[in-house]
Design a protein around this ligand. Structure first.
Ligand code: KG4
Ligand code: ZN
Length: 348
């Protein structure tokens, strides 16, 4: 029997210890999750400080940083979980979407580990991983629920029908919300990563500048952020040309509410239309305090339960990869050793 036949013939364990590995962007992460819901360790080694010098992620720097950190992150994750590498029951790895060179580091490492330990290799979509972080936030969460995905690469409202079936109700027609936050941050002279810095500055300002809430009142669940981003850029340029001062805090606050309010409204609209009283939010932008507050408040009025992972599980991490890996594991959705990295993957 070859490796793949051997692992496929093994029985499925009840509470497997799954090692997750994530390397799609600038975080090298490794984590151990037990039974798909219990976090035993969560190691994140970030190259964000290095990337900040260049105002964004430089793919070559990310790949090199992953190569240096991947082995250390796995060793630490296993140690912090209080176990040995040989106790791991399966290895889950992000195969896409993301930077190809960065993904390849995690995928190659996970393949070698799965082969050496003779355990299943679980291929995980980063996008699905972000949604699976919600299973770690609420141990009782089960489909169906409305999934709101808000990250640097994706923005979508989904109907999560089962642990494996997800239907995209609408997604962004251009920029993702996180991408818009990062680009506007740059216009405001804020360092990378932009989202948390926009949030910080917005706290000091008022929502007193009228900006377009694009597609807010449309019938679809689609989003569009490029018009909003351009409106902010035009606002800044016009003020500069007139020699007028800009209150950056007001602009950050007004932009943040324009970008976030539409996310809340569309997720609630989906919950009402499909009569599903639970909204679970995933992705880096789910760490945003204003989004957390607004959605929780708006949902309370409608008796909808809003679920957010803890902030550390919103941005890139490997717990979410192990959690989604658990779903692959119990469905015996194993990869063989030809698993490759993919820069793009469909939301579902
Ligand atoms: O999910 P993530 O870590 O990576 C992707 O899969 O894209 O999301 C990164 C995005 C970035 O655009 C970052 O600016 C944004 O999430 N972000 C935030 C916050 N923390 C991270 N945006 C708003 N407020 C935050 N606190
Ligand atoms: Zn992500």
């Amino acid at each position: 029997m070859n490796y793949f036949e051997r692992v496929k013939s093994k029985p499925i364990k009840k509470d497997p210890l799954i090692l997750g590995i994530e390397s799609s962007c600038d975080e090298t992460a490794a984590a151990v999750v037990k039974g798909g819901r219990e976090v035993l360790s969560n190691v994140i080694i970030s190259s964000a400080t290095e990337q900040a010098k260049y105002g964004g992620v430089v793919p070559e720097i990310a790949s090199r940083a992953h190569t240096e950190a991947v082995s250390q992150s796995v060793r630490r994750a296993v140690k912090e979980a209080g176990m040995k590498l040989s106790d791991v029951d399966a290895v889950a790895v992000t195969y896409g979407a993301g930077l190809l060179g960065a993904l390849l580091v995690g995928v190659s490492y996970a393949k070698s580990l799965a082969y050496a330990l003779d355990i299943p290799l679980l291929p995980v979509s980063h996008i699905r991983g972000h949604m699976a972080a919600c299973y770690l936030a609420d141990k009782n969460l089960q489909p169906p629920f409305i999934g709101l995905l808000a990250s640097g690469g994706h923005t979508a409202v989904c109907l999560v029908k089962s642990y494996t079936e997800m239907q995209v109700l609408g997604s962004t027609l251009d920029d993702a919300v996180g991408e818009a936050l990062d680009k506007v941050a740059r216009v405001l002279g804020l360092p990378y990563p932009g989202g948390p810095n926009v949030e910080r500055l917005a706290k000091e300002g008022n929502n007193n500048i009228t900006l377009p809430k694009v597609l807010k009142n449309s019938d679809t669940y689609d989003f569009s952020y490029s018009g909003l981003k351009t409106a902010v850029i035009n606002f800044v340029h016009t003020k500069e040309q007139k020699g007028e001062e800009i209150c950056k805090a007001d602009l950050a606050c007004s932009f943040q509410s324009a970008a976030i309010d539409v996310l809340c409204d569309k997720a609630i609209k989906a919950a009402e239309e499909y009569s599903i009283p639970t909204i679970a939010v995933g992705g880096g932008v789910a760490a945003n305090g204003y989004l957390r507050e607004q959605l929780t408040k708006k949902c309370r009025y409608k008796s909808i339960n809003a679920i957010f992972p803890p902030k550390i599980l919103c941005t890139d991490n490997a717990c979410m990869i192990a959690a989604e890996g658990y779903i692959r594991y119990i469905n015996r959705d194993f990869a063989d050793l030809t698993l490759n990295a993919a820069a793009q993957v469909k939301i579902c």
